[in-house]
Design a protein around this ligand. Structure first.
Ligand SMILES: Cc1ncc(COP(=O)(O)O)c(C=O)c1O
Length: 392
């Protein structure tokens, strides 16, 4: 391929071959070491889903938000800006109610427990956060996870239907399925999103079997920008939807869970039982609520810029780009054999304030696109790569 063409690029890319599992070594749960001038305002950081503010930036931003419109405090998650955030997310997702949660893990677990009632089984993707990264929290709720689609991004509607039909004959004392949970986009598959048509087909199977559905939509705004499917369209297929407040919405933590009022109203007691009822949550809620005003447009801009940057990088000698079949904000740059990646990383940082995640053992450079891509003119970023790739 000589010229970057988005469609053919995506189809011909070979990243589908990159195993989902290798993400654990790539960036799962890693808290990065931040260099000293990390928080310069023109930094471009190809390492996270969001801007990762320093304490000073965080405080300044909170102060600015407060000076524009004084932040109303909550008390144990009730009232004030927390309530405003819950209402806003209910509107965004098209659900009756939203509820603030201290973590996404608790949101996921409480949602699948509430949806499945007395039925013990919950079907999940094998590589989902619920199955791989929540410390078997389902055992606390007496739920048994049934993982589908080993090491793959998602299970298809056909695979789900076959499993549902097969289960009763696979067990002597069959117990029922209470819920199906879907993660989209999929963190351990480098942010790959699930085709909307497939989600609709999965929903049809669940409806036919009267099975409730939960969406782990931690990064749904990113999926939405790349797939063109709105948050409300995604949410309409699911009974409950969880969205993270800290991955790219600027908060330091927290999550929102949306669903029917009857379900959401059961949850305050459950949050308390599990030790998640925090006295003041207004800082997180204020940061996220503020970010919601611009987040959709921001991700659209990031996607456009990301496409343009990748097209230019692809034209540079010795460079090729790989992506998942349905990628979001994560791409892999294959660099020339003789390139010194640590040297390139140092130069990009010191001369251009661009940060990459240099891995000396790999010629594949993982680029995570986020809002910092908008901090410098595109031409400047392209020029920086040109210089550092040709001279490292
Ligand atoms: C897809 C997904 N779901 C859920 C979570 C859990 O979020 P929290 O860290 O708020 O518990 C994460 C966090 O990394 C995630 O990536």
């Amino acid at each position: 391929m000589t010229k970057f063409d988005r469609r053919s690029f995506l189809k011909s890319s070979a990243l589908a071959a990159i195993p989902a599992l290798s993400i654990s070594s790539a960036f799962a749960n890693s808290k990065p070491e931040l260099p000293e001038n990390f928080n310069a305002s023109d930094r471009v950081v190809f390492r996270f889903d969001g801007a990762q503010l320093s304490p000073m930036e965080y405080l300044n931003k909170l102060q600015k938000i407060n000076s524009e419109s004084p932040i109303q405090m909550d008390s144990y998650g009730k009232g004030g800006v927390v309530e405003a955030l819950e209402k806003k997310f209910a509107e965004i997702t098209g659900k009756e109610k939203g509820i603030y949660m201290p973590t996404g893990t608790l949101a996921n677990q409480l949602a699948i427990a509430a949806l499945s009632g007395n039925q013990p089984k919950v079907i999940v993707q094998d590589i989902s956060h619920i199955n791989r990264d929540e410390a078997d929290a389902n055992l606390v709720y007496n739920k048994q996870l049934v993982p589908l689609a080993d090491n793959k991004t998602y299970f298809t509607a056909i695979e789900l239907e076959e499993k549902i039909k097969r289960l009763p004959s696979e067990e002597y004392f069959y117990s029922g399925i209470g819920a199906v949970s879907v993660e989209n986009p999929v963190r351990r598959a480098f942010g790959e999103y699930i085709p909307f048509e497939e989600l609709k087909a999965i929903k049809k199977v669940c409806d036919e079997q009267s099975i409730k559905m939960h969406l782990d939509a931690a990064r749904i705004y990113i999926a939405s920008a790349w797939s063109g499917v709105s948050i409300q369209e995604y949410s309409s297929l699911f009974d409950t939807v969880y969205i993270s407040l800290y991955k790219y919405l600027g908060a330091n933590g927290g999550a929102i869970l949306c669903g029917d009022a009857a379900l959401i109203d059961q949850l305050p007691r459950q949050i308390k039982i599990h030790g998640g009822n925090i006295q003041a949550n207004w800082e997180n809620a204020a940061m996220a609520l503020h970010a919601l005003d611009t987040i959709e447009q921001k991700w659209k801009d990031v996607k456009k810029r990301s496409d343009e940057l990748l097209a230019s990088l692809e034209l540079m000698p010795g460079i090729s780009i790989r992506a998942k079949e349905n990628p979001t904000n994560i791409y892999f740059l294959q660099l020339p054999e003789n390139l010194q990646i640590e040297q390139m990383s140092k130069r990009l940082f010191e001369e251009f304030n661009i940060q990459i995640n240099a891995n000396p053992n790999s010629k594949d450079l993982m680029l995570m696109m986020n809002e910092t891509l908008l901090n410098q003119p595109l031409e400047k970023i392209i020029q920086a790569f040109k210089v550092c790739i040709s001279q490292s």
